[in-house]
Design a protein around this ligand. Structure first.
Ligand code: PGA
Length: 236
């Protein structure tokens, strides 16, 4: 099981430090066997013994002139080896093109990062049906090396992110099963309004290898409760 928290633009360096120490203790005390990922803001990147701390974003160069960005050199300083690519907020709010996302994937693959690659459709596509959803997602995967061994894929329907309305269990099941059949993903997470109440049922769905959580993971106590509820559930 993979349980990941995306802080987005929340938490400071101090509160991230407290959060990660708290989670590390909890993992030890409760014998949590899941792989735990935390993606804090870039000002709060740090190393951890039992949590994989990853970057929410970085520019695909070693270093250079890209005002306001951080790149590989700044990640290496903190021993960061994991990154989120293609998150819906970067695609839709920050207007990242698929071409740019592809170049990030290539760069961080060549840098041997653990990549959590996000895919997912907007509401108007979901309303048309599963066939259209799969067609839409196929374009997000077209230039992605799906045989990359350090790849985690997160299926996150855009309309379910931060809205409090997660996809239905049936939609998650049919979409995950289709994606696994077509692409053979080993690690396929679901994301989009996962919370304390629905997380156990979601990770129990066949084809779900874990979850990527925003809002419901920002309080360390809640995240730990999620870790406890999902410990040793699911197939992995
Ligand atoms: P949410 O965010 O849990 O707040 O819906 C999920 C995500 O953006 O990864």
């Amino acid at each position: 099981m993979i349980i990941a928290s995306n802080f987005k633009t929340n938490h400071t360096r101090t509160s991230t430090n407290e959060y990660i120490e708290f989670v590390e203790e909890f993992i030890k005390k409760e014998n949590i066997s899941s792989d735990v990922y935390v993606f804090p803001p870039s000002t709060a990147l740090m190393n951890s013994r039992s949590v994989f701390v990853g970057a929410q974003n970085a520019y695909p160069v070693q270093s250079g002139s890209f005002t306001g960005e951080i790149a590989l050199e700044q990640l290496q300083e903190f021993g960061i080896k994991s990154i989120l690519i293609g998150h819906s907020e970067r695609r839709h709010v920050l207007k990242e093109s698929q071409e740019f996302i592809n170049s990030k994937f290539e760069f961080f693959k060549n840098s041997e990062f653990m990549i959590t690659y996000c895919i997912g459709e907007p509401l108007e596509i979901r309303q048309k049906g599963l066939k259209e959803v799969l067609e839409y997602i196929s374009l997000q995967l077209e230039s992605i090396d799906m045989s990359y061994e350090n790849l985690i894929v997160a299926y996150e329907p855009v309309w379910a992110i931060g809205t409090g309305v997660s996809a239905t269990m049936e939609d998650i099941k049919s979409t995950h099963s289709a994606l696994k059949n077509i692409y053979g993903f080993k690690n396929l997470l679901y994301g989009g309004s996962v919370n304390l109440d629905n997380v156990a049922s979601i990770v129990d769905i066949e084809g779900v290898d874990g979850v990527l959580i925003g809002t419901a993971s920002w309080k360390k106590e809640h995240f730990c409760e999620i870790l406890k509820k999902t410990n040793k559930l699911g197939g992995r």
